[in-house]
Write a protein that binds this ligand. Sequence first.
Ligand SMILES: Nc1ncnc2c1ncn2[C@@H]1O[C@H](COP(=O)(O)OP(=O)(O)OP(=O)(O)O)[C@@H](O)[C@H]1O
Length: 342
Amino acid sequence: MRHSASGASAGTRAGTRAGKEAGTRAGNPSVDQVIVTQGLTKRFRGGQLAVDGLDLAVPRGSVFGFLGPNGSGKTTTIRMLMGLIEPTSGSARLLGSPVPRGLRRVLPEVGALIEGPALYGFLSGRDNLRRYDAADPTADPRTRTARIGDALERVGLAAAAGKKARAYSLGMKQRLGLAAALLQPRQLLVLDEPTNGLDPQGMREIRSLVRELAADGTTVFLSSHLLDEIEQVCTHAAVMTRGRLVVQGPVAELSAGARGRLAVTTPDRADAVRVLKEHGVTDLAVAGEKVTGELPVPPPDLAVLNAALVRADVRVRAFGAERASLEDAFVALTGEGFDVAQ
Ligand SMILES: Nc1ncnc2c1ncn2[C@@H]1O[C@H](COP(=O)(O)OP(=O)(O)OP(=O)(O)O)[C@@H](O)[C@H]1O
């Protein structure tokens, strides 16, 4: 099911009182964590435990990647955060307000794109945005045209704004959904798999848009099953597997937690393996002229290791530690490969 909840539509139900409060900033800017969950759990009626005791903390100002293979519970978590489904147990706060009770107050500050935008194909991109904005009781109709123009500009759809949405590519639809989430200034953007189904160019465009929004001070929470996407754009990440949180923190720290592999290129493979073994390198593998292995903890001084190879008459063509990726961290933490099946 395709379902969207920009601040406009998700906030619609919440509307009346928030409408009266238009002009006041609902979210509390003093909170350091824009999303906090404690023991958040969802068991579906069929018995499926989709989210299991989730403790999440999303710092203000971060680009936070919510990472996990398909089916790991990301969408279910996001739907609970936006008040679209009820948790079975546990609690959550969005911009300092309890979910779902306090959502009415803070949803105008939250832009969301969940499972692709709900668009009318027979309306133009611009008219779809008009419809979204008109449904938002906190939106000022006097500034509507200007705000819609800005949002279209921002996502690169100004030139295509008059085209019917059904003629849009998937990437354009996704960008129009983002424009809908950007019709008002937001403290927080929640994007569920924003690059799903996009070609590499479309993915790059969304990533650079996310970076721009973050540079303007918006906290961005985005889910993805693509590790390298998270590494490229996120400052922080949380990793989910089978409904459970495996780890969360700054991306640089998560990757650093996994050890990189040492790689030596040499025609003298046997001698290289012997010397590396003597220096505590384990899990040695030889492929062509490349010898790789796991560095011990704490890692030795690489200059000393290189000198030892040279002393043993190993002719070194290339030498270096390969940087650990978030994928290495994931595999090290879960003992599983990362399933990237669509
Ligand atoms: N309405 C529902 N009723 C029963 N089970 C559900 C429902 N929605 C999701 N699930 C199950 O809960 C688990 C988590 O699904 P969820 O959609 O949250 O994962 P996800 O990480 O977002 O994956 P995807 O990227 O594929 O959407 C899956 O096993 C899914 O089949």
